[in-house]
Design a protein around this ligand. Structure first.
Ligand code: CA
Length: 254
C-alpha cells in the first residue's frame, strides 16, 4: 500500500512538472512570437519587451521558484528544459534591447501635392482635393516652371524621397529640384492605373542632402501628366552611403 501510494505521488509530481514546463514553454513561445511580429517600430519593440519582461517576472520565474520550493531537483531533465526556455527568452530580451537602442528614429517630412506654397505652373488641385494634377502644358509652351513647395527640414542629412503618384498615362515625366534649381529627381513616372480606376503608387526617388531649416522643392511635369498625392522625405543617417542627386539640370524658379 505504501509503495502504491508513493508511486501515485511520483506520477502526480511528474505530471505537475510536465504541466509547469508546458506552461512556461507556451509563455516563452508566445513572447518570442510577439518579438517577431512587433519589430518594425520603436514603440512595437518596446511593447514586446515590456510584455516579455512582465511574463518572465510574474509568471515564469514564480513558477520555477514554486517548483524548487516543492522539492523538484534542478538536475531533473525537465527542470533543465525549463532553464533552457528561460535562457532562450533572456537571449531574445537581450536582442530586442539592442535593437531598441539601435533603432533609428524615423524622421518623416510630408509634402502634400495639392498644397504648393507658390504655383507657377498650370497644376491644378483635383476635384477630390487630395492631389496636385500636373500637366506638361507649361513645358510644352517653352516655360519650364515649377510648383514650389515649402518644406521644413528638421535635421540636416540625407533624405530619401518617395513620390505618391497616380498616373494613367503610358509615359509621364516628373522633374524635381531643390531651392537652388538643381534637379535631384527626374524620371518617367510608371503607369499606376487606368483613367477610370485611380490607384496610387509609391515611387522611390534619389537620396538627397538637405540642410536643416526651411527650404523649397520644385515639381514640374515635362511630358504628359500625372497626379501627385504627396511626397515623403525620410531621413537617413548622414554617414550611410554617400550618393547625392542624379543630375544637375537647372530648373528656373520664377
Ligand atoms: Ca495629398
Amino acid at each position: 500500500m505504501v509503495l502504491q501510494y508513493i508511486g501515485n505521488k511520483e506520477e502526480q509530481r511528474a505530471e505537475y512538472l510536465q504541466a509547469a514546463y508546458d506552461l512556461i514553454n507556451a509563455e516563452v513561445v508566445s513572447a518570442i512570437d510577439l518579438f517577431d511580429r512587433k519589430n518594425t517600430s520603436k514603440e512595437d519593440i518596446q511593447y514586446a519587451l515590456n510584455s516579455a519582461n512582465f511574463v518572465k517576472e510574474n509568471i515564469i520565474q514564480p513558477k520555477k521558484q514554486s517548483l524548487l520550493d516543492s522539492g523538484y531537483s534542478s538536475a531533473d531533465p525537465l527542470m533543465n528544459n525549463i532553464d533552457n526556455k528561460i535562457q532562450e527568452l533572456d537571449n531574445r530580451i537581450e536582442q530586442a534591447t539592442v535593437e531598441l537602442a539601435n533603432f533609428k528614429e524615423e524622421i518623416l517630412v510630408v509634402i502634400e501635392g495639392e498644397d504648393p506654397y507658390e504655383n507657377n505652373t498650370s497644376m491644378t488641385v483635383d476635384r477630390a482635393g487630395g492631389y496636385g494634377a500636373f500637366t506638361s502644358r507649361d513645358f510644352d509652351s517653352g516655360k519650364w516652371t515649377v510648383a514650389k513647395y515649402k518644406v521644413t527640414i528638421p535635421k540636416a542629412g540625407y533624405y530619401m524621397p518617395y513620390y505618391f503618384i497616380i498616373n494613367y498615362n503610358d509615359n509621364a515625366y516628373i522633374n524635381v529640384g531643390d531651392e537652388n534649381g538643381r534637379t535631384f529627381d527626374n524620371f518617367y513616372v510608371p503607369k499606376t492605373c487606368e483613367y477610370w480606376d485611380w490607384k496610387t503608387e509609391k515611387v522611390q526617388g534619389s537620396r538627397e542632402y538637405f540642410e536643416a531649416g526651411e527650404t523649397y522643392i520644385g515639381v514640374c511635369c515635362t511630358i504628359n501628366g500625372f497626379m501627385l498625392d504627396k511626397i515623403h522625405l525620410v531621413y537617413e543617417e548622414a554617414d550611410d552611403v554617400l550618393i547625392g542627386g542624379n543630375g544637375d539640370d537647372m530648373l528656373v524658379f520664377e
